[in-house]
Design a binder for this molecule. Sequence first.
Ligand code: PA5
Length: 429
Amino acid sequence: MPIRIDDARMMASVVPSGVLPAEWNDLALRFGEVHAAVGRENLTGRYGFMELEPQAAEQARVSEFATAARARYDDVVVLGIGGSALGAIAMRSALSRSGDSPRLHVVDNIDPVTISDLLNRLVLNRTLWCVMSKSGTTVETLCQYAVVRERLIAAQLTPAAHLVFVTDPIAGSLRAIAVRDGIPVFDLPANVGGRFSVLTPIGMLPAALAGYDTAALLGGAQRMLTRCSSPSLSENPAGIFAALLWRAQQRAGQATHVLMPYSDRLRDIAPWFVQLWGESLGKVDADGFPAGPTPVGARGATDQHSLLQLLMEGPADKVVAFVKLAAHGSDLTVPADGDLPDVAGFMRGRTLGQLLDAEADATASALARAGRPSLSVTLDACDANTLGELFMMLMLATVYAGALYRVNPLDQPGVELGKKLAKEALQAR
Ligand code: PA5
C-alpha cells in the first residue's frame, strides 16, 4: 500500500480552525492552478529532482563504484553539510542494521572534537571519505576535506584511493581537484539544489556504499511522482500536505509546522524536513513581505514528555504532522506475568509497538479535543521503497508550498550574509 495521509483532523468538522467544505473546494481550485504552474516550470528543467530517469546512467556508475568499494572499506564517511548530509543521515537511521559493513558515518559539522574522535577511531587504510558539495565552495566541507586529506598523506595513503566526490558537473573547486588528482567524482545534476538532492548521488552514493537498496528508493520516489501527476487535490498526497499546511498558516495563523515521526528509525526525517521546509519557504515573497512557516522536528513518544504540553495548551499557532508506521518490523511483548506495576498493568501481554501506535493516535485525538489540528502520514513499512516515496512526497510538497506562499523554494539568499561576515571576521584576525 502506498503512503496514506489522514487529514480528518485538519477539517472544521473536527477542529474549529479547520477547513470548511466550501473552503476545500477553493483550496482544490487553487491547488489545480499551482499544479499546472509547477508542471509548466518543470518543462523548463527547473525541478531537476523530479528527473529520475535522466539520472539512470550516473546512478549505474554509482552502483558499480559502490559494489567494488564495499569490499574494500570497513568505514564510509560522508563529509558535507545541510542538504549534502541530512538525507544520508535520514537514510542511515531508517535503513541501517547492526553489523552493517561498511559502517556509514556522516560528519555534518566542523566541530573539531567530533572530527578528531572519528579520525582517531577509524583505520584510515580501510576508510573511504565521500566529500559532498553541490557548489564545491562550502567552507565547512572544504575544510573537513583538507583536514582529512592531510591525515591521509601523513599516513602515506594515496588520497585518490580514499576519497570520492559528489559535486556539480562543471562548477566548483572540488571538480577541479578531482580532475587534478584523479579522484573519483559523481555528478549532482546542475538543476538540483542541496536540499532537493537526496535522490541524486548525494544520497544514493552513501546509500549504495552502505548496502541500501537504491533501486527501491528510486522506485518509491517514481511511484510518488506518478501519484502526484494528478492535479486533483484529494488524489495528490504532496498537494494535500502542502495545501493544508499553507492554509493553516494563512487562515488560522498556524505558522509552526511540527513533523513528528513515531518511530526511532524515522526520527531523522524530521531534521531533513526542517531544512527542506524552512530554507525553501522562509523568505521574502513576491510582494516583498517576509513569508513562510517555522518547521519543528519532534519524535514520538519521547517528545510527549517534552513538547506535548506546549502543543496542547501553548499558543494555538501550530499544526502537527505525524509520521507513523503501519508495522514496526519487529516488536517486543511486555510479559503477561512480568514485574509490571499495576499502574501500567493494561500493557500486560501487549507489545511496545502497540503502545507506540496507541500513543500516536491518542496524542492526535487529545490535540483535536483541544482544538489543535494535525494530520497523519502513514507508511506501510520502514524500507527503502517507502522512504523514497516519502522523500519525493515532501520535496514535491515543498515546491507546491513555494507556489502557494509565492516564494522561490530553490534559493537561499538569506544565508549569504552570515557566510560573508564569518569570512571577514577570520580575515581580520
Ligand atoms: O539546501 C541547500 O542548498 C543548502 O543547505 C546546501 O545543501 C548546503 O549549504 C551545502 O551546500 P553545498 O552542497 O553546496 O556544499
